[in-house]
Design a protein around this ligand. Structure first.
Ligand code: GLA
Length: 823
């Protein structure tokens, strides 16, 4: 990633040239024009192209029309040479010849559903302007506003705003499309507002935030799907007639389908070719609809999930849709990811921790689950402090009668049997051990078995007269209700003030069901507004609590990655990526997140072996190597760890701290991956995971190579680092590991003077005291030769041969390599 670029305040990012609007970031151009008939025609989105100043029209960008197009519907007799079906658009209408998907569906007071969006006027403003004058693209601007005219100016360097006002022909409805042009991260975001200028209510059925039309459909679509412990599996498909509809219907952004998705030319690789990335700043159910029409044009729409959604837009009111995010790079998937990473780091994350390196933590969940007590936790904390952990986190189980997941959510008073000295007592003792203290909460939920539910059954999203479908034995609070929001804010404020608390893990462990807001019923509003208004309520709570507790590091969580999105990241700078802590699975999950989100947003922990989710046994080194590429910590019973393990963990933490700034803020590149290598046909397709993270000054890099399965008789393997300076000399090293003799089983007899029975006491003793040196890497070369030729690694054990130069690389093993500029 080129970091040398400097933002020039006076740079023109948005231009209007005759009827064409041109939006330029550092490396991209986006263009659309006002058609002779008043609609907006989308012209171009891609790598930067020259300005069209001086041209009569946008010239080359505009498709030409000369005669009536077959049997298609034309707009009117005066404009009979084209059909809207064959026009790329900025905001597609409906019922006027375009038989593709409309961006917005609504029912006007007279029952009419036809919409023709006609351009009205524009404004170009320096800086970012939303209707509240806020300067961030956070989802906190999701609120219904009284008036469109309430602009209050604020400026962010390198950002310009283009406001495009449209009118629905023949109807009392206007739309505002706001484009924010983020120059340095090569991102364009777009917000959509609808204003009812009449008196009667308009029913909104669908309002997509993002729309991108393309002149062809030569694309590979990649979307990310999964489930609990299986988040972010990348699914690729080539677009064809018809298309794809993805998204979530769970009430949250979900692990089913992440809101981030990509479109790329089929020949694109990790490092070459045109790749688009799209996202949504929203945490509720969302939808992505990609369709190819009868002329082979592609329409991409993304926004709020339309199933279950209706919104009554009363006279004079404004509806505000979540912000859509888009970027494009001609430098492959890595190029696109760099844009997204920069955008998220610089413009989505907020607060003190956005730019601050995160402490190494130990979390009690997989160490103790619900069975916690002050003495047990302190035992764990003591072991943690001895190995260099900086933050001790008490997970679930500390409040009410919380001995399982059936009780006490909602009753946020400390369980005095478990913690006789309260949170303060525990936090103070943890502090004395030299660490800071954090805890787990799940504020949006209630167990039926709780005092809160007994007192306030009407505070829950449910139809009280009906049976309720359960999820993890809990129900969702009605955060649409301002009273519930107030309760949440005050209750959590009390918890967060109950001791010296530096970190909070904010969990949310069930999908919504039986969606029905008793509050909206009382207010006489449609139930189809529930999920959107819930998110507004949630953001209001998060905004207030992060304001009240600016020093706390907040981490989002939803049974792992069930709500991993830019809405949450607008308030909390990191999210627990998955409840799956198995290093082999985690590598793929984290690889998936890396397409759209920077490493620092994904928290990742080293857990015990066998792993609790897969029962797989992986080396401690592998678990560390993978977790280090995230906001890093441990989640295992350190108090029970052997001396040997504790020593290893201590040195892992030292290594992590040494390179923490590179992991945290460096540029991340994917290389080969389990899904096969998109760069070229290197060997061992699909068996490896290969990552590079490199400091901003390109002087220090850390690389990972992880292998799923051992391949026999395959000595040679090369590492292909990325992002190095071509003409810079670097030193390539590793941290040599001692070899565990037990890996060799009864092969030990080929060298042992006496016969050793496998797994016998002698075998165990031998392994304990005889630990041969592993391979050492020590090589100097220029960046270009490292990247182009690859770095040949020490030969792997391959069925024969073993000495101190051998890389013993069995199943599930990995290595970290370090590359340092020499001068
Ligand atoms: C969820 C989280 C876990 C843990 C438990 C506690 O499953 O994802 O990390 O906090 O809840 O109940």
């Amino acid at each position: 990633m080129d970091r040398k670029f400097e933002i020039l305040e006076e740079r023109i990012l948005i231009q209007k040239i005759n009827s064409t609007f041109v939006l330029n970031t550092e490396k991209t151009t986006y263009a659309f024009r006002v058609m002779e008939t008043g609609q907006l025609e989308h012209l171009y989105y891609g790598a930067k192209i020259r300005s069209m100043e001086g041209h009569e029209t946008a010239g080359i960008l505009v498709e030409r029309h000369a005669f009536q197009p077959g049997t298609n519907v034309i707009l009117d007799p005066d404009h009979d040479t084209f059909t809207m079906n064959d026009i790329c658009q900025e905001l597609s209408g409906s019922g006027r010849g375009d038989t593709g998907e409309a961006a917005i569906e609504l029912i006007f007071p007279d029952g009419c559903q036809t919409i023709d969006w006609i351009y009205d006027k524009f404004e170009i403003q320096d800086g970012r302007h939303d209707l509240e004058g806020k300067t961030l693209p956070g989802a906190h601007v999701l609120e219904e506003k009284q008036r469109l005219e309430e602009n209050e100016k604020k400026t962010v360097a390198g950002v310009q705003t283009l406001n495009i006002y449209l009118k629905a022909k023949n109807e009392n409805l206007t739309a505002l499309l706001q484009y924010f042009v983020w120059e340095d991260s090569n991102v364009i975001t777009r917000k959509l507002y609808l204003k009812n200028t009449g008196e009667q209510p308009v029913e909104i059925r669908k309002a997509m935030s993002g729309q991108l039309d393309f002149a062809d459909h030569d694309f590979r679509l990649s979307s990310f799907h999964g489930a609990w412990t299986r988040e972010m599996e990348k699914a690729d498909m080539l677009l064809t007639s018809g298309g794809y509809r993805g998204g979530s219907r769970t009430g949250n952004s979900s692990a089913d389908t992440n809101p981030f998705f990509m479109l790329a030319r089929p020949s694109a690789t990790e490092d070459t070719g045109l790749v688009y990335g799209m996202n949504l700043i929203y945490s509720g159910s969302h939808e992505e609809a990609i369709s190819v029409n009868i002329f082979g044009k592609t329409r991409v729409l993304w926004g709020i999930q339309r199933e279950g959604f209706t919104y009554r837009l009363d006279g004079g009111r404004i509806f505000e849709a979540p912000e859509a995010v888009m970027t494009v790079s001609k430098n492959g998937y890595n190029g696109m990811s760099h844009n997204m990473h920069k955008f998220v780091r610089d413009h989505v994350l907020t607060g003190k921790w956005a730019k601050k390196e995160r402490p190494v933590l130990l979390n009690s969940w997989e160490a103790a689950y619900f069975k916690i007590s002050e003495s047990k936790l302190l035992n764990l904390a003591k072991a943690a402090s001895e190995v260099g952990v900086e933050l001790f986190v008490m997970d679930d189980g500390w409040f009410g009668e919380r001995n399982d997941d059936k009780h006490s959510l909602g009753d946020w008073d400390v369980n005095k049997k478990k913690l006789p000295h309260g949170i303060k007592g525990l936090a103070d003792k943890v502090k004395k051990l030299g660490m800071s203290f954090g805890l787990w909460v799940e504020p949006e939920m209630v167990n039926v078995e709780s005092k809160l539910y007994m007192e306030h059954p009407e505070w829950v999203l449910q139809h009280i007269a009906e049976d309720h479908a359960e999820g993890r034995n809990q129900r969702v609070l009605d955060l649409v209700n301002p009273e519930v929001q107030k309760w949440l804010i005050e209750t959590m404020s009390k918890v967060f003030s109950s001791g010296d608390i530096s970190y909070v893990k904010w969990d949310m462990n069930r999908n919504m069901s039986d969606i029905y807001s008793p509050y909206l019923k009382k207010e006489g509003r449609p139930q189809g507004e529930t999920v959107l208004r819930y998110m507004q309520g949630l953001y209001a709570c998060m905004a207030e609590l992060t304001k009240r507790f600016p020093d706390i590091l907040f981490e989002g969580c939803a049974s792992g990655g069930n709500r991993f999105d830019l809405g949450i990241l607008s308030y909390f700078p990191q999210i627990w990526g998955s409840d799956d802590t198995d290093a082999i699975c985690r590598a793929e999950i984290q690889n998936g997140y890396s397409y759209g989100y920077p490493l620092s947003c994904v928290s990742a922990h080293v857990s015990s072996a066998p792993n609790h989710q897969t029962l797989r046994v992986t080396p401690l080194e592998t678990r560390f190597d993978v977790a280090a590429f995230g906001s890093f910590g441990y989640e295992l019973n350190l108090a029970d760890a052997s001396k040997d393990e504790k020593e290893k963990i201590k040195s892992q933490i030292e290594t992590y701290k040494k390179y923490r700034s590179v992991f945290f803020q460096g540029d991340f590149y994917r290389g080969r991956s389990y899904q096969g290598n998109l760069s070229n046909g290197y060997e061992l397709r699909g068996n490896l995971m290969e990552w590079t993270v490199i400091s901003e000054d390109q002087r220090t890099a850390v690389c990972l190579i992880l292998q799923k399965e051992q391949v026999p008789n395959m000595q040679q393997l090369r590492l292909y680092p990325k992002g190095l300076l071509e003409n810079q000399k670097y030193h390539f090293t590793n941290i040599p590991q001692r070899v565990n003799l037990k890996m060799f089983g009864d092969l030990v007899n080929t060298v042992a003077p006496v016969h050793v029975k496998q797994d016998s006491m002698t075998h165990n003793l031998l392994a304990k005291f005889v630990k041969p040196d592993g391979e050492t890497e020590d090589l100097y070369a220029y960046g270009d030769s490292m990247m182009e030729n690859g770095i040949p690694l020490s030969p792997a054990y391959s069925g024969t041969g073993f000495n101190e130069k051998t890389r013993v690389f069995g199943d599930f093993t990995s290595r970290l390599y370090f590359i340092q500029a020499t001068n």
